[in-house]
Design a protein around this ligand. Structure first.
Ligand SMILES: NC(=O)c1ccc[n+]([C@@H]2O[C@H](COP(=O)([O-])OP(=O)(O)OC[C@H]3O[C@@H](n4cnc5c(N)ncnc54)[C@H](O)[C@@H]3O)[C@@H](O)[C@H]2O)c1
Length: 479
């Protein structure tokens, strides 16, 4: 039997909101590595399908939907029950993360979530301008709250695998790249320091490159949307406009792209769904075509890695997600298009029926002397199951980010609202490491032009930009 190391002690109440695939992956890790009184923990979810997993641990399960109307009245008594400061682990869909962070501050609680989630209605509100239902907008709103709240109890926003861990992979990749390029450096201690290092190494682009090869023993039935994590969460972000951190080296702006009118304007927004915006990318050791699904790190990393002079951005890499989900999910997405984006009548998250495959999720850092460099986690289903039974590789990778974020918050309880980019990557990766399978950090000579072929000479766009492989136009997949 495994004897897991206890990394921290927590003396107050713990409230976990949402017990879906990520909640079920995270709870065993929290139980293993944090010493706390289980009778002071509550897990809240409107579905009691998995309540037995909570109750068998002696933890209270509250069958309840958290809404904009009831979140204060339900959560406040739990958070202030004492003795001791409370900890919120927010792992839901459809619960406004900003309001939960504000409530955490009002009740002097620590808080962590994996996504900056709005209350329901935001993503699909076509009455809103395109720019007003973007991740950029919700991040801007959160930054405003961070400014207003100022210093105080720690709230770590967007701390899963991606967003989350991938920001630490980027730092690790830069250090490894500098070493192998024989560039003598001192490890940066600030956002500006990391941005300057990236500029010095000649990086032009970052993909959060993910390929999920997990496969089920059962063929996908019709009318069921299958995924390896939240179907609701995936569809919400997939239907949102594609957004990407926009590099200062880019020469060509995609047609109809807009730049935000307020804030740092470090992103561009495309008036098309992320799930219909495909790009060429690479994970070890295969070229993939992934989707630019909007994600917190497109904003967070590109904002953190901007070098400014006299208030002007003089350097910034292009940053976005390139997600190639599991095969059943790709088929489900195509059926979703056939259904004119009306969700299938049934949904399923794959777990025990998975027979093989792995999730490869990492940061692909491009444009330097080696061309590309991938740093990330290759976690097979078998290795994931050895760590968390009845889970899958995707959920375990995310849970590793949650655990690392919770431990960091407990050790650093007065850091205010933080983002993954602000966290010390070495310390935090150490806590996540046992759950990441093979941690890879290696070069590749991949460029989007390496195997580029033009099939239709009549189409000038098909030529791409042969003068610079790292222009966004070369990544954009044109069928
Ligand atoms: N950062 C990352 O790497 C990462 C990766 C995967 C998922 N996520 C995010 O984590 C969250 C959870 O993902 P998941 O895969 O566990 O989702 P899931 O769909 O499996 O589970 C969500 C759970 O929340 C519950 N829920 C829904 N509405 C609720 C409400 N109003 N109040 C309380 N509970 C509610 C559902 O009943 C469900 O059990 C999602 O927001 C998802 O986008 C982040």
């Amino acid at each position: 039997m495994n004897k897991w190391p206890v990394h921290a002690t927590w003396n107050g109440p713990i409230v976990m909101i949402g017990f879906g695939s990520i909640g079920r992956g995270s709870l065993p890790l929290i139980l293993r590595h944090i010493a706390f009184d289980k009778s002071k923990m509550t897990v809240i979810d409107p579905s009691s399908t998995w309540s037995h997993l909570v109750e068998k641990e002696g933890i209270a399960f509250l069958k309840q939907e958290i809404t904009k109307q009831n979140y204060k009245s339900i959560l406040t008594p739990l958070l202030t029950a004492g003795p001791g400061q409370a900890l919120i682990v927010n792992l839901t869909v459809d619960v406004g993360s900003i309001d939960i962070i504000k409530l955490a501050r009002e009740t002097n609680s620590l808080c962590i979530d994996t996504v900056n989630e709005p209350w329901p209605g935001f993503y699909f509100n076509t009455k809103l301008d395109n720019a007003d239902r973007t991740n950029y907008k919700v991040r801007e709103d959160l930054l405003e709250v961070k400014r207003k709240l100022g210093p105080g109890p720690t709230a770590v926003s967007c701390c899963g695998a991606n967003p989350g861990m991938v920001s630490w992979f980027v730092k690790q990749a830069l250090l490894n790249l500098a070493r192998d390029m024989n560039v003598a450096i001192k490890e940066p201690a600030t956002r500006e320091g990391w941005a300057k290092l990236m500029k010095r190494l000649g990086v032009k682009g970052i993909h959060i490159a993910e390929r999920d090869t997990q496969r089920s023993k059962n063929p996908k039935p019709l009318d069921v949307f299958i995924n390896t994590w939240s179907v609701d969460g995936f569809i919400s972000e997939g239907l949102q406009p594609a957004e990407l951190g926009w590099g200062t080296h880019e020469k060509w702006l995609p047609p109809f792209a807009t730049r935000p009118a307020t804030g740092p304007a470090n992103q561009i927004i495309l008036p098309q769904m992320g799930l219909n915006t495909w790009v060429r990318s690479w994970v070890p050791h295969q070229e993939i075509v992934g989707m630019i699904v909007t994600h917190g790190e497109s904003f967070g990393l590109s904002h953190a890695l901007t070098v400014r002079e006299a208030g002007q951005a003089i350097y910034r890499p292009t940053v976005h997600y390139a997600y190639m989900p599991c095969n059943d999910s790709i088929v489900s997405l195509h059926e979703l298009r056939c259904r004119n984006y009306e969700l299938h009548p049934r949904t399923r998250i794959l777990r025990d029926e998975i027979t093989e495959g792995m999730d490869l999720v990492g940061a692909l850092i491009m444009g330097h002397r080696f061309q590309s460099w991938w740093t990330g986690s290759k976690l097979s289903i078998a290795a994931a199951r050895r760590k968390v039974r009845h889970s899958n590789a995707t959920a375990v990778q995310v849970a590793a980010g949650v655990l690392a974020g919770v431990l960091w918050a407990i050790r650093n309880p007065q850091r205010g609202v933080c983002f993954p980019e602000d966290l010390p990557h070495e310390e935090i990766l150490r806590d996540a490491r046992p759950y990441l399978g093979r941690l890879v950090s290696e070069p590749s000579d991949w460029t989007p032009l390496r195997r580029h072929r033009v099939y239709f000479d009549e189409n000038p766009m098909a030529q791409g930009d042969q003068s610079d492989p790292w222009q966004f136009t070369n990544f954009l997949f044109r069928p």
